[in-house]
Every structure is written in C-alpha cells, then in structure tokens.
Design a protein around this ligand. Structure first.
Ligand SMILES: NC(=O)c1ccc[n+]([C@@H]2O[C@H](COP(=O)([O-])OP(=O)(O)OC[C@H]3O[C@@H](n4cnc5c(N)ncnc54)[C@H](OP(=O)(O)O)[C@@H]3O)[C@@H](O)[C@H]2O)c1
Length: 222
C-alpha cells in the first residue's frame, strides 16, 4: 500500500520503519526537507522525502504525525488530496507536551482532536490509533507482555478505513481492537492523557486493570 506520513519526527520514524519493513511504499512529507530526507533514510525501503501536499497526494493511507497545533495549517495544505483517503490520527493534545515531576499528570488543550480533523477533512475517513504508547514502544520488537499481546485500539466510522488500519497494525505485529466510532475518539484521547500521566508518575497503569476474564464484562471475541 502507498502510505504518506505528514511530519518527520519520532512517530513518523517508528511507524514508518515498521510499515516499510512490511513492504509498504512510503512518502514522508515535512516542511523541513533535510528532516524529511533523514527520516526517509531512517525508514529505508522505498521511502522518499517530499513536501506535505505531495505526500498527501501519494498516500492511500495518510498518517498525521504532527503536533496538534500544526494540524489546521497542514490539513489546509493537504486537503485537496485527502478525499476518500484513510486518515490516521495518532496525535495527543498534551499541554504541555512534557511531564513536570510532581504534577498531577497531563492535561489536554482540546478534548476532541480527531473529531476536529474529521470536520476539517470531511471527505477523508479518520481513524484514531497509535496514540496510547510511546514511539519507542511502536518501534520495539517486543509485542508480548506477560503473555498478553500488545493491542491498538482503533476508533473511526468507516469500516473500510478501520480494516485498512487494522491491517497496518497487524503489519507491526500488533493486535487491533475495534473500539468504536469517531464519537469514541475523544475518550481514547482522554485515556492517553490519564494513562501516560500514570506511567510518568511511576505507576504501572496495567496493574489497575484485571484480565478480561476477571473483569465481570462480556468477552466480545475480538
Ligand atoms: N513521540 C511519541 O512517543 C508519541 C506517542 C504517541 C503519540 N504521539 C503524538 O504524535 C504526534 C507526533 O509526535 P512526534 O513525537 O512524532 O513529534 P516530533 O518528533 O516533534 O515530530 C513532529 C513533526 O511535525 C513537524 N511539525 C511541527 N510543527 C509543524 C507545522 N506547523 N507544520 C508542519 N510540520 C510541523 C515537525 O517538523 P519541524 O521539526 O520542522 O517542527 C516534525 O517533523 C504528536 O501529536 C504526539 O502527541 C507521540
């Protein structure tokens, strides 16, 4: 598949390298040509560096690997090319985008980024994914923790776009979980702020969650 990544930082490198290794063709669109070149070289395979609009035109799926404040301008530049594309949103609107020791955790500058993206690019099919874990986790070969495979919640309204992102998650040896529609993305975003805050405070977030069979919930077979 042809994948565009808009942004050439940590998430572009982590996810892009995995998709390239799985045989996908990538275009890295960034405002800084040197950074785009370096990231394309890091990703390897057929990955090449280009501008943001040209990358958007290339991608059947487009990953937004950008800080939230950059989204409006980048989406405006890419908008003519986004119709009918799977638009993957991995962003987190942390404020600030760093953790202050002793602080109660992360807060968000806005509560529904993926919904705003969908409103800004109404002809694209937005899927929120990959926002919960750090880039280092996505690029690590470790995919199993205490016998529990690492999963990626996916939220979006379009079934075909969800299928595409599920397949891209599987290419990274991750287990996709279809976790609801676009209306659920704001909760996935809030979950990130809360859980990452726990991790940065030194707590094992998973310790707060029993396995499914002990959670008094109905297994869905996903
Ligand atoms: N890193 C993680 O562990 C992680 C995990 C989950 C989710 N996320 C989310 O993923 C997104 C990307 O994070 P990242 O860590 O990859 O960020 P990053 O390493 O800082 O890279 C961000 C990229 O966006 C570009 N950019 C910034 N402002 C721009 C603008 N106004 N116009 C065009 N390009 C712009 C940067 O280019 P310049 O260098 O030119 O500014 C850079 O190429 C963020 O929303 C973050 O919250 C990150």
């Amino acid at each position: 598949m042809r994948i565009a990544i808009l942004g050439a930082g940590q998430m572009a490198r982590a996810l892009g390298a995995g998709w390239s290794a799985a045989g996908h063709d990538l275009a890295i669109g960034a405002r800084n040509p040197q950074q785009a070149n370096d990231t394309a070289a890091h990703i390897g395979g057929t990955a090449y560096a280009t501008t943001i609009p040209e990358a958007a035109a290339f991608g059947e799926a487009v990953l937004l690997a950008l800080p939230v404040p950059a989204l409006s301008a980048v989406l405006r530049a890419a908008a003519p090319h986004l119709a009918n594309r799977t638009l993957i949103d991995c962003t987190n609107a942390y404020s600030p985008d760093s953790f202050a020791p002793g602080s109660p955790g992360f807060t968000l500058t806005e509560s529904a980024v993926a919904e705003r993206i969908a409103a800004t690019a109404p002809d694209a099919y937005v899927v929120k994914a990959f926002n919960l874990c750090a880039a280092e986790v996505w690029s690590s070969p470790t995919r199993d923790f205490d016998g529990r495979p690492l999963a990626v919640p996916l939220c979006g309204d379009d079934p075909a776009a969800l299928d595409t992102v599920a397949s891209l998650a599987e290419d990274l040896k991750l287990r996709p979980i279809r976790a609801g529609g676009l209306a659920q993305t704001r909760y996935l975003e809030a979950t990130s702020a809360f859980i990452v805050g726990l991790w940065f405070s030194g707590h094992d977030a998973r310790a707060a969650f029993p396995p499914l069979e002990a959670a008094f919930a109905v297994p869905d077979g996903d």
